[in-house]
Design a protein around this ligand. Sequence first.
Ligand code: 5FX
Length: 556
Amino acid sequence: MAAVPPGSLFLGFDSSTQSLKATVLDCNLNVIQLDQIHFDSDLPHYKTKDGVYRDPSDNGRIVSPTLMWIEALDLVLQRLSKSGLDFGKVAALSGSGQQHGSVYWKNGSSSLLSSLDSNKPLLDQFRNAFSISESPIWMDSSTTAQCREIEQAVGGAIELARITGSRGYERFTGPQIKKIFQMQPDVYNSTERISLVSSFMASIFAGKYASIDHADGAGMNLMDIEKKTWSKVALEATAPGLEEKLGALAPAYAVVGHIAPYFVERYKFSKDCLVVHWSGDNPNSLAGLTLSVPGDLGISLGTSDTVIGISSDPKPGLEGHVFPNPVDTKGYMVMLCYKNGSLTREEVRNSCAQSSWETFNKLLEQTPPLNGGKLGFYYKDHEILPPLPIGFHRYILQNFNGASLEGVSEQEVKEFDPPSEVRAIVEGQFLSMRGHAERFGMPVPPKRIIATGGASTNQSLLKSIASVFGCGVYTVQRPDSASLGAALRAAHGWICNKNGSFVPIANLYSDKLEKSSLSCKLSASAGSDEVASKYGVMMKKRMEIEKRLVEKLGRD
Ligand code: 5FX
C-alpha cells in the first residue's frame, strides 16, 4: 500500500442543509482544524431560514439558493486560510452533500467551469451558470404525483425498490427532475448537466463536471443498485434525454481529477492535490463512524434523523433505503430517514422548555421511562417515515403495564403537560426508529449504537436511546461525522489512486484507530433489559397507531 508522505493533510467538507463545514485531518487521522459557515447567520442576504426557503404557494416545495452554496465555499476557504491552514499540504480533498438535492447547469456552463479567473470570487463567475436558481432539496415533498407515475411506469413500487433500492420518494432526484421536465420543459431543455449537491461541489473543485458517485446516485430512484449503472427503465419513466444530462457514474473512492488552477492560484493548493468524488452526507457518516460490523447501528441526530447500518444482502422494500457502501466495492448500506429531527425537537423545546436545552433535559430526566403510557407523534414538516402530513398527535395508553398489549387501549388527547411533552417527543422518535429498524431487518437489539450529528452531544438524549434500544450508545470525538468521513474518504481515495486499485478502508486506520479522531467511546450504558422489553411492547402499540394514522391521513 502506498504510504502517505509525512506532513500531508486531507480536507473534508460537508455541504449540509444549514451549513458548510470543513474538517482537516493529518496523516495520523487526527483532526487538526475545523471551520463552518452557517448559512442563515453568515450569509444573511439570502434570507434563508434553517438554510432553506419554504414555498407557501406550492404545497411542500422546499428549495435552497444554489449560489449560496458557492459563496459559502469561497468563504470557508478564506476562513481556513486566515486561521493558518497551509493548503499546499493538502494531498486530497473530498466532501459530503445533503442527499438528493440537485443543481441544473445551463447549456454552455462546462466551459465556464474549466476557465475560472482566480482574481474573481466564485460567486461572480457562476451567477449565470444555472437554469434553475433554487435547487430542490431533500426536504421537498411536492412530487407525490411524479413518484406514483414513475412507480407505475416501472411495474410498481416494489419493482422500483428492487431496481433502485427505494420505492418512489418525493425528495429523491428522479421525481424532482420529472416535475421540472413536466412543469418547466424549457428549463429542462436548456440544462446540459444535472448534478447532486455532492457532485456539484466536486465539479467546482475539479473545474469540470464530476460524476455522481454510486452511493449518492442510489438516492435518485434512477440507478440500478446491483449493476451500479443508470437503469434504462427508470430513466425512461422520468424524462427524455436524461442519461446524457446525468453523465457517467463513478465509485465514491475514485478520483475526479486534480484540483482546478483557480484554487492553486487563489488559495495556494498544490497542483497535485486530488479531488476525490464527493458523496451524500449519510454515506460519508457511515465512513466517518467506521461502521463495518453488521450488528452496529449508526444514529445521526441532525436536521434529519437517520438510522444507518451495513448489509451484504439487503432486501429493498416499501420502507427504508439501500445504497452501495461508499467505502467498499461490494457491500451496501441500509438507511431509514426522518424529516422531523432537530428542528422539531427545537420546536418542542421552545414551547415547553423556555427555549433552553438545559431545561429540556431537566424535564426529560424528571419524567419516568415509558412516560406513564403517553405516546406522541410530532410532525412539524411533512414526514417521510411514516408518510404523514404536518400535525401533532398525542395519546394516553390505558391499562398499560409494559408486559403485554392485552386490554390496552389508547385515548387521543389535545395536549400533554410540558415535562410529558418533552419525554413524548424524545421517546416517540426513538421508538419509531426501533420499530422501523426491526421491520426493515436491521439488527434489533443492535450490538451497539454509534450516535452522531449535532444533537449527539446531548447526554440526556443518548441515555434515552440506550434505554429504548437496550444497548450501549457510543460517540466519536466530534459530532460531525459527515465532514470527518469526507476527510477520511479523501485519504482513502488518495491511497486507492496511488495504489492503482481499491484498498480496504480499514487498512488506513487498523493500527491507529484508538489514537485517531475516529475512535469512539461509550457515552451511555445499556438501560435495563426489563425497561427495553417494556419499550418493545409500547413500540408495537405505536406502530399500530401509526398505521391507522397513515390510513387516515397519509399520502398514497
Ligand atoms: C437522506 O435520505 C435524507 O434525505 C437526509 O438525511 C439528507 O441527506 C439530509 F441532508
